[in-house]
Design a protein around this ligand. Structure first.
Ligand SMILES: Cc1ncc(COP(=O)(O)O)c(C=O)c1O
Length: 489
């Protein structure tokens, strides 16, 4: 099998075509301003079969949850059920223009109302906004709501946000973007945020505590209620980064923990495509006291009809065009309706069981920095491999030789050399065993043949890349080689 694939532009030969069309009955005079002045160079000149083979080959090189286990912790590469794709392509959803009058879009509005209702129910909070396009966008909305709340009360003292050291990186970034100073609160030896640590830094300058729960170590914040009470006592708000709610859905609710604002990552919790700061969805749920500041337009009932309303004088304004990423929201509703309440709780239990199975099998071979019982993901470190000169990155690269994508590495930052695994609820025991067996073999190799691990991968098209250079100076544009340009022109 050919293991290298040139770009489509580098294939073919001059004059070769991939299409057959009858000659046009009459030539069309294009307006002058639309006519090309220069020669068209560098277009692929390939046959249809070359095109098909090129793209099929490339698609086979893709690694995804549709090919095998994708154990990225925190990013949660969940399987997206195929039925979602069929549903979202129904013409009533896919062909609905966003400017259609409300009375002609009642079905779509009803779907959004159902999603709002479901998110209120599972969060235990009072109002929901579906507009944010990603988890981080939801966080930004949350912090803008915090700002609007304090401004409305003329409380100008609040300039800080408390963030535990186990928080997701986006938490500090969004607080800063919203104009706040970030103060880090260290987690204790259990990997948890303690009420004592919060009490030591809580004062009237604090606008909010922003806590990822379950945190990035996959641990539930056991003192969250006491912590929330402390923050409220001094006039602050509690924001929960609820991206990890796939670990508690149907079991625990943010509202019951004393949280005022929470965001969901629909891709992590409801099996929709990943947002990655882009075209996903990160809805936000809030307590009634914050409802007035939510973005417009708001979905309201007028008699038997649903309608968008802009009548919200204290709103922070608009966050996203139209209704957010509607297609993603349709997929989330499909997931919720298909599983139902008990099914969602069952999915949570499986996610936790799978992660704990992996944790139990690897414990003893890989160093587990925190012994606190974990939920949907588990975090190891490379401490015990270092004496052989093997590090987390080497384990990740060697996993590629065994046919597995690497887990998240070097995150969370509270663990040096972290190896963070999140198998998700849909994996079978056989797949988990194959993955764990590969990791156990790699640990053995690290002891007996460390060079093999240090120089991995050995079976991929490319081995180790200069990742920093690839990120900082990416080459994203193909240019025709000079000789070819000369020949054509
Ligand atoms: C805990 C946590 N918070 C926030 C985010 C950011 O979400 P997004 O990538 O959708 O912006 C993620 C990423 O999945 C996450 O794991």
């Amino acid at each position: 099998m050919l293991l290298d694939e040139p770009l489509i532009f580098e294939r073919g030969s001059p004059g070769r075509m991939g299409w057959m069309l009858p000659a046009a009955p009459a030539s069309i005079e294009l307006p002058r301003e639309l006519r090309r002045e220069d020669d068209l160079v560098g277009m692929p000149e390939v046959s249809e079969l070359e095109v098909v083979r090129h793209f099929v080959r490339l698609s086979q090189w893709n690694y995804s949850a549709a090919t095998t286990l994708y154990p990225l912790g925190s990013c949660t590469m969940k399987y997206n059920p195929v039925v979602h794709e069929a549903l979202v392509r129904l013409p009533g959803f896919s062909a609905l223009h966003p400017l259609v009058p409300d009375e002609l879009a009642q079905g779509a509005l009803d779907l959004l109302a159902q999603l709002e209702e479901a998110l209120r129910a599972v969060s235990g909070l009072d109002a929901v906004c579906l507009q944010p396009a990603a988890g981080a966008h939801g966080e930004l909305l949350g912090m803008l709501l915090v700002r609007a709340y304090h401004r409305d009360r003329s409380d100008a003292r609040r300039r800080r946000v408390l963030i535990p050291s186990s928080a997701h990186g986006t938490n500090a970034a969004t607080s800063t973007l919203a104009g706040y100073e970030v103060r880090e609160v260290p987690v204790d030896q259990r990997g948890l945020l303690s009420a004592r640590a919060v009490a030591a830094v809580m004062d009237d300058s604090v606008a909010a505590l922003m806590v990822t729960n379950p945190n990035t170590l996959g641990l539930f914040e056991e003192e969250i209620e006491a912590v929330a009470a402390l923050v409220h006592e001094r006039g602050g708000l509690v924001y929960m980064d609820g991206a990890n709610q796939n670990a508690i859905l149907g079991v625990a609710r943010a509202g019951d923990m004393g949280v005022d604002i929470v965001h969901f990552n629909l891709h992590k919790t409801f099996s929709t495509p990943h947002g990655g700061g882009g075209p996903g969805a990160g809805p936000v749920a809030v307590r009634a006291a914050l409802g007035a500041y939510l973005p417009i337009p708001r979905l309201v009932r007028r008699g038997a009809q649903l309608a968008w309303s802009e009548d919200a004088p204290k709103s922070i304004g608009r966050l996203h065009a139209f209704d957010g990423n509607f297609g993603v929201l349709v997929r989330a509703v499909a997931y919720i309706l298909r599983l139902g309440g008990p099914g969602l709780t069952e999915a949570t239990r499986h996610a936790v069981l799978n992660a704990n199975y992996v944790r139990a099998r690897l414990r003893g071979t890989y160093h587990l920095p925190y012994e606190t019982p974990s939920l949907h993901e588990c975090v190891f470190s490379d401490r015990d491999l270092q004496e052989h000169g093997v590090h987390t990155v080497d384990v990740a690269k060697r996993l590629l030789d065994y046919g597995f994508y690497a887990p998240t590495i070097y995150f969370p930052l509270v663990v040096k050399g972290a190896l963070m695994i999140e198998p998700t609820e849909t994996e079978t025991k056989e797949t988990l065993d194959a993955f764990v067996d590969a990791l156990l073999r790699i640990a053995e190799e690290a002891r007996t043949q460390p060079t093999l691990v240090r120089e991995a991968p050995h079976r991929t098209r490319l081995a180790r890349l200069d990742e920093t250079r690839a990120a900082r100076r990416p080459v994203l544009r193909w240019r025709p080689p000079p000789r070819e340009t000369a020949e054509i022109s």
